[in-house]
Design a binder for this molecule. Structure first.
Ligand code: ADP
Ligand code: MG
Length: 284
């Protein structure tokens, strides 16, 4: 049994209403089918607007598909009862791009990490503190950070905090939607390394959604390439990255993304662990 299975899942949005009020629909995702095994990292790569986030939202239950079936841990995720959904949801967490923006500015780090736990279990104050500190430690944040508010953290620390919050419930699957994309290359490399470590320590699976092939190659075991709402190519081994042949895949492979929004930092070619070929990192 796969951890996650999608069969013919599609999604369209109303694009515009004509003069007579007829709705024109726009297919954000054409019927998509794939599965993800426990402990695996599946990369979903594609240019902006290719339907990656739509796919992620459908899996997270934030959107309903037009058609198709989604099974999570063997259960019918779309038709699960409220109680079963609540139980399953605990195993399915998410980290988004600029997750820091979504953090409650009035809650401190400790409260933010504790929040998902309080939705599920009764804890003594002491147990809660232990669980929070464990989660913070796992992502490289110290007890000194526990009392801080989100705006007192750096961008990298905010992203670590969001990963800690996703981890506290010990999920089986984390949907990472452009989770490292807003970070400069050096921070990106650190967070990718953190995600790799957490994955093996906690036996996690990732759905790693990104427009950045270089980030995907560091984390993913397999790849799915999306273009205009379609899955256009699949790759079962990242060591065969250069064998990708669809024009959309080639464009992603050949894209040289700026390493930092300002583009000021010096970019060098360097072989990073796990990379099939050289990748970009920053020398600060
Ligand atoms: P990606 O994450 O690959 O950039 P998205 O899944 O966000 O792509 O979007 C795919 C397409 O669906 C885009 O053309 C986008 O404009 C459209 N879309 C996404 N969400 C909505 C929505 N809530 N309403 C209307 N159109 C949407
Ligand atoms: Mg997106």
């Amino acid at each position: 049994m796969s951890l996650l299975e999608l069969a013919g899942v599609s999604k369209s949005y109303v694009k515009e209403r004509g003069l007579l009020g007829s709705a024109k629909r726009y297919a954000a995702l054409h019927p998509a089918s794939f599965s993800l095994e426990a402990g695996e990292c599946l990369g979903i790569v594609g240019a902006s607007g290719s339907g990656k986030s739509t796919l992620g939202k459908l899996i997270l239950g934030l959107e309903q598909p037009d058609e198709g079936a989604i099974r999570f841990r063997g259960a019918d995720w779309l038709n699960a009862s409220a109680a079963e959904r609540h139980r399953l949801r605990r195993d399915l967490q998410a980290v988004f791009q600029n997750s820091g923006d979504a953090l409650n500015p009035r809650m401190n780090v400790r409260q933010i990490v504790a929040e998902p736990l309080l939705n599920y279990e009764r804890f003594t104050k002491r147990e809660l503190e232990r669980a929070c500190l464990d989660a913070l430690e796992a992502v490289g944040l110290s007890a000194a950070e526990a009392g801080k508010l989100p705006h007192q953290l750096s961008g990298g620390q905010q992203q670590r905090l969001c990963i800690a919050r996703a981890l506290t419930l010990r999920p089986k699957l984390i949907v990472l939607d452009e989770a490292v994309s807003s970070l400069d290359r050096m921070l990106q490399a650190q967070i990718l390394e953190l995600l790799r470590r957490l994955r093996s320590e906690h036996r996690l699976s990732y759905l790693f959604i990104t427009h950045d092939m270089k980030a995907a190659r560091h984390l993913a075991d397999r790849l799915i390439v999306m273009d205009h709402g379609d899955i256009v190519e699949r790759l079962d081994s990242l060591t065969a990255l250069e064998s990708l042949s669809h024009p959309a895949s080639r464009r992603l492979l050949e894209a040289r993304l700026p390493g930092h929004p300002s583009g000021r930092k010096r970019i060098v070619e360097a072989g990073l662990r796990g990379a099939a070929s050289p990748c970009l990192v920053h020398i600060p």
